[in-house]
Design a protein around this ligand. Structure first.
Ligand SMILES: *Cc1c(COP(=O)(O)O)cnc(C)c1O
Length: 333
């Protein structure tokens, strides 16, 4: 199979730009930092889930689905973009939204992504912490089936092999941009959560036979667990291409030093990274994913792991809509 053989609908604004962050690079006095703008994919304020949804929606349509069902955190960007894609293709959408950290801030509960989910017409089921989301997802799907509907279940973050195809495609897009612009990069950095983005990217780079060391900055799990998850999805994704490709140890690397207290809780380094990039570049990161990944990149530069003379790519996976839910992390009034 080739990437173009897989069913896909097209709505994302692609290719996303690849551009230098000159003032940030100068301020850190280290490598040239470039950003791959997947925050600009166009669907309901953009983000990485648009690429995954191009393949997931095509599969849902092929299966005659009439309702998408997916779980996520209350401030899930995946839930928001799934609701938007459903609206665009005339499908219903039901979201299982978990308050995993028992947040009480009304901004968190109702603004940002939660506001947009409702605007896109999704039905939202708000849940407390400690819910078995996978079990609830399968029960919900069964309930819709019994009611005579055709539900299409999307796992958390859209991270299965079909969703990961979006990032296989991104890898091909990036490699051709890099070649066109006659650039080389020492490394690419991204936030990694449900694993589909990193797995697809790594699989795509392998398929393109392009060497670009990839580092996933964790947003919740330990690096070891994350690497296991990413590796397994990368292998499953490569398997559907029927190509005999070996995965080395160094192909799947994650770092969990910048997670802070846990998923959805920004660390002080997250807040610093968001402020720095906003003030120096006019670019918005987010408190759950890209802010943590950028905090890791900044620390690697300060520690001299990435240095002058090198060029580093940062995959901006989006998420800035959540800033409106996290006002209290920046201002106390
Ligand atoms: C979902 C998400 C990620 C993580 O991607 P995964 O495929 O879940 O690992 C990173 N950044 C943002 C903004 C996201 O919404």
């Amino acid at each position: 199979m080739k990437i173009n053989d897989f069913p896909r609908v097209r709505f994302a604004h692609l290719p996303t730009p690849l551009e230098p962050l000159k003032r940030l690079s100068k301020a850190l006095d280290g490598p040239e930092i470039w950003v791959k703008r997947d925050d600009c994919t166009g669907l309901s304020t953009g983000g990485n889930k648009a690429r995954k949804l191009e393949y997931l929606i095509a599969d849902a349509i092929a299966k005659n689905a009439d309702i998408l069902v997916t779980p996520g955190a209350i401030q899930s960007n995946h839930a928001r973009q799934t609701a938007a894609a459903a609206a665009r293709y005339g499908l219903k959408c039901h979201l299982l939204l978990e308050n995993g950290q028992d947040f009480e801030d009304p901004m968190y509960l109702t603004n940002g992504n939660a506001l947009l989910d409702e605007l896109h017409g999704a039905t939202c089921e708000y849940l407390g912490s400690g819910i078995d989301l996978e079990l609830l997802l399968s029960n919900t799907v069964a309930k819709y089936t019994t009611a005579g509907m055709k539900p299409y279940s999307i796992p958390i973050g859209g991270s299965n092999t079909i969703g990961a195809l979006g990032y296989v495609n991104c890898a091909f897009e990036l490699v051709s941009q890099i070649k066109e612009m006659a650039l080389t990069f020492e490394h690419i950095i991204l936030a990694t959560g449900s694993a589909g983005t990193q797995a697809g990217l790594v699989a795509g780079l392998k398929l393109a036979q392009y060497e670009l060391p990839t580092l996933g900055m964790c947003v919740s799990r330990s690096a070891q667990v994350q690497q296991t998850n990413v590796r397994s999805l990368t292998m499953d994704t490569l398997a559907i291409f029927d190509e005999d490709i070996e995965l080395d140890e160094k192909d799947v690397v994650a770092n969990s030093d910048y997670v802070g207290e846990g998923y959805g809780i920004p660390a002080s380094s997250t807040i610093e990274a968001i402020r720095m990039v906003a003030e120096l570049e006019g670019l918005l990161l987010d408190p759950v994913y890209s802010g943590k990944a950028m905090a890791g990149l900044i620390d690697y530069i300060r520690k001299g792991i990435f240095k002058k003379g090198q060029r580093i790519a940062f995959l901006h996976t989006g998420g800035s809509t959540a800033l409106f839910a996290y006002r209290s992390s920046f201002y106390s009034d």
